[in-house]
Design a protein around this ligand. Structure first.
Ligand code: PLP
Length: 399
């Protein structure tokens, strides 16, 4: 860009692709060169379960009703009342909460909810804690909200939380901890014990410093769990929580941009906090969340995904990799496997895999450089066909 004409920061964000995107686009190019069936792309977390028929039918029905001005019009900034009531009712039924439409703000996905939440609590010298491995966009959200990013190194044994490291990093400036469970990229689900311990620690420090330290629960994968894993509703364990939810993954609707932020009445300054999140959204040009999706939700919030296909992929891949000697904590949620790189250097491993047209994402951008991520929202057939390459790569490392 020309001198002083363009923000350097924004230019870098726009021009520098994420490592994941770069790998994905390399894959597209290779597919043209060597054929679709010869490239094994595990890079992107794009849902591969078809959107539920009832979602599509509801949207079609809404269009056929013919009230297009209502359907496509602006909604209140916080969201359509019926959609918010339906979400509140569903949360109350599932988690025994007492949430009303006033506790909810509909957003363009979890991404928008997280950044608005951060901006809402960013005051002078604020710090926000992110736990590795983390969603690579989180550090950028923290920094662009004007907060100082503080990262906690990964617990590579179980991908829970290293409390010894977390405790050292909480200061009087800490405003929030971002918690992402089920986790991208590890697939770990934080157990009740982990969350209760986190809650107790934050309660203690909040009392000590005289201000709340919020949990920002970034949870687009809440419904994607396996082996009967439980995803606790964090506000139930720790009142000062901002839930940032998304229908991107649970309803396979990532391009439609719909989710919400939720703060219960039990949170400190609940009402003011929600207004600040709303104000932060407004300051970024949020007018309302997509209206058709809001109205669809009024009818469909109770639908749950059929995760059988993701589960089958997870089991096939996990079992095969374990057999070949890879080390991986078996994921209980989301649609990723996070595997220790044979040889210890994930970038080197990813490069070696890439030469065999097997595309994996090194953990560096997730704050965990010794591991690589596999997205399991792919076809089962591709997994089967890729297994010999994983075996070869493991054998090469040992040789
Ligand atoms: N948070 C995490 C942990 C994610 O993995 C993703 C998407 O992959 C997002 C947020 C963004 O989701 P959304 O489409 O709801 O903005």
């Amino acid at each position: 860009g020309g001198d002083n004409m363009i923000s350097e920061k924004m230019y870098v964000l726009g021009s520098k692709q994420s490592c994941i995107r770069e790998i994905f686009e390399f894959g597209l190019k290779r597919k043209q060169q060597v054929g679709e069936e010869n490239v094994f792309d595990y890079s992107l977390g794009n849902p591969s379960i078809p959107t539920h028929k009832q979602v599509d039918n509801t949207i079609t029905g809404l269009i056929q009703e013919g009230n297009s001005l209502m359907l496509h019009g602006y909604t209140p900034a916080g969201g359509d009342k019926r959609a918010r009531e339906a979400i509140a009712e569903d949360l109350n039924e599932r988690y025994g909460m007492n949430i009303s439409s006033n506790n909810l703000l509909l957003t363009c996905g979890a991404a928008a909810a997280v950044i608005a939440s951060l901006k809402a609590i960013a005051v002078k010298d604020s710090e926000v804690i992110v736990i590795a491995p983390y969603f690579p966009e989180s550090p950028m959200y923290a920094e662009s909200s004007g907060m100082k990013l503080v990262t906690v190194p990964a617990d590579t044994e179980a991908f829970q939380i290293r409390f010894d490291e977390l405790e050292k990093r909480i200061t009087p400036h800490t405003q929030a901890v971002i918690v992402n469970s089920p986790n991208n990229p590890s697939g770990a689900v934080y157990g009740r014990e982990t969350l209760c311990r986190l809650g107790r620690l934050l309660e203690q420090r909040s009392a000590e410093y005289g201000h709340p330290i919020y949990i920002i629960a970034d949870e687009p994968y809440r419904e994607l769990v396996y082996d009967g894993a439980e995803v606790a509703f964090i506000p139930k364990l720790y009142a000062n929580t901002i839930v940032c939810y998304s229908y991107s993954k649970s309803m396979s609707l990532p391009g439609e941009r719909i989710g919400y932020a939720c703060v219960t009445d039990e949170a400190e300054d609940s009402h003011e906090l929600l207004l600040a999140i709303s104000g932060a959204s407004r300051s970024m040009g949020h007018v309302c969340a997509p209206s058709t999706m809001q109205q669809m939700l009024a009818h469909c919030v109770k639908l749950r995904p059929d995760v059988e296909a993701y589960d089958r992929n997870r089991r096939t891949l996990y079992d095969a990799l374990a057999e070949y000697g890879y080390k991986c904590v078996k994921p209980k949620g989301a649609f990723y496997l996070f595997v220790e790189a044979p040889g210890g250097d994930a970038k080197e491993f990813a490069a070696r895999a890439m030469r065999k047209d097997l595309l994996v994402v090194p953990g560096n951008e997730f704050g965990c450089p010794g591991h690589f991520r596999l997205s399991t929202c792919v076809s089962h057939d591709m997994i089967k066909r890729s297994l010999p390459i994983f075996r070869e790569l493991a054998e090469e490392t040992q040789a």
